[in-house]
Design a protein around this ligand. Structure first.
Ligand code: CA
Length: 357
């Protein structure tokens, strides 16, 4: 380029930069439009709104270079097809939880939660610093999907019951909505696990078609009005002690982004992972207060012998899952080693502190 031309070019660039707002230039040329499909009903408290927040954060952190449109379960694809939709690229990102994909990859359940497994804080420690994330990434690799932890329910409640649970005998014949591994544990304890969608739970409890249901924790449960359909609210949530929620990202879509945007997407997931956990903690304690003091809900602890029975059966069920294939065994070994170690530390730190407070 001749000197004259260079000056001319610089002048034109200078004109463009000064006469147009920079975001207009950036968005006109570079806006990347992503679709986010979720397993939650649109705007569902914490779970759905957390997914919305993830989309918003990616937009803000990238200065508008990525725009993510969120679809509730059933809007673009059915809730349980979120994984496939992200895998084939119909959507670039999804939000749900790994245990929904057990029909496809059974060992994925370790990355959500397992009965009597790690709590939310321990799960994050394992995932980020104990090798869990590497195993999770490997598990989804064949599907062209990259996982990220993106939320945690923390310890859930055991559920709403219209039958008192005073002994192991009371579990016999108990018709309870409890999906996944927890359901299998209940079945082995003599109960009848039922898998019903959330929308049918209230009427089924009310009509007596169900004796009990688990859901999430006080905040989500209060919103559903379960206190108007069941007598007893039992704790602790042995079956879901810290359910990790996930963002799944289409690998090609992620890798096609410049490095800074890749980092923004992954780190936005980390922010939401923390945000949802703290939101659950804050809202659950306020909702528990409302349930107890305004609605006079009978909150009860499951008896020790019942928990002991459920724990024994859970070990059996989780070990069977570990025996399904080589990958499951590797994940179980890593998970179990971390759980045992962290328990020793938590016993003299968190547990002991909560006991003396
Ligand atoms: Ca649950």
């Amino acid at each position: 380029m001749k000197r004259r031309d260079i000056i001319k070019t610089i002048t034109i660039i200078g004109f463009l930069v000064s006469s147009l707002a920079t975001p207009v230039i950036a968005t006109a040329a570079e806006t990347i439009k992503w679709k986010m499909v979720t397993t939650w009903p649109k705007n569902f408290p914490v779970l759905g709104t957390g997914a919305n927040q993830l989309a918003k954060l990616i937009g803000e952190m990238s200065g508008g270079r990525i725009k993510v449109k969120v679809y509730g379960g059933g809007e673009l694809v059915p809730a349980l097809e979120v994984f496939d939709a992200v895998s084939r690229g119909t959507a670039q990102i999804g939000h749900g939880s790994a245990y929904y994909w057990k029909g496809k990859v059974e060992e994925a359940q370790f990355f959500s939660t397992v009965p009597f497994g790690m709590n939310g804080q321990e799960m994050n420690a394992w995932l980020y610093h104990g090798g869990g994330m590497e195993l999770w990434t490997e598990t989804y690799e064949p599907f062209g999907v990259v996982p990220a932890a993106a939320g945690n329910t923390m310890v859930q409640m055991a559920g709403w019951f219209n039958k008192e649970i005073n002994s192991v005998e009371d579990l016999k014949g108990l018709k309870m909505r409890i999906p996944g591994l927890g359901g299998e544990v209940l079945r082995r304890a003599g109960g009848t696990p039922v898998n019903l969608p959330g929308a049918e739970l209230f009427s089924s409890l009310k009509s007596g078609a169900l004796d009990a249901t688990e859901w999430v924790g006080p905040y989500n449960d209060l919103a559903f009005g379960f206190h108007k359909a069941a007598k007893y609210y039992y704790y602790p949530g042995w079956h879901e002690p810290g359910t990790t929620l996930e963002a799944i990202i289409n690998k090609k879509a992620l890798e096609s982004l410049p490095k800074d945007l890749q980092s923004i997407v992954i780190n936005a997931c980390k922010v939401v992972n923390q945000e949802m956990a703290t939101e659950f903690t804050a809202k659950n304690n306020a909702a528990l207060d409302t349930l107890v003091n305004k609605h006079h809900v009978d909150v009860r602890r499951l008896p020790d012998d019942v928990l002991k029975k459920l724990k024994g059966l859970s070990e059996e069920v989780v070990l069977e899952l570990a025996g399904k294939n080589k990958a499951a065994k590797r994940i179980y070994d890593s998970y179990d080693k971390f759980r045992k170690q962290v328990t020793k530390w938590d016993d003299i730190s968190e547990r002991e502190y909560l006991n003396i407070r």
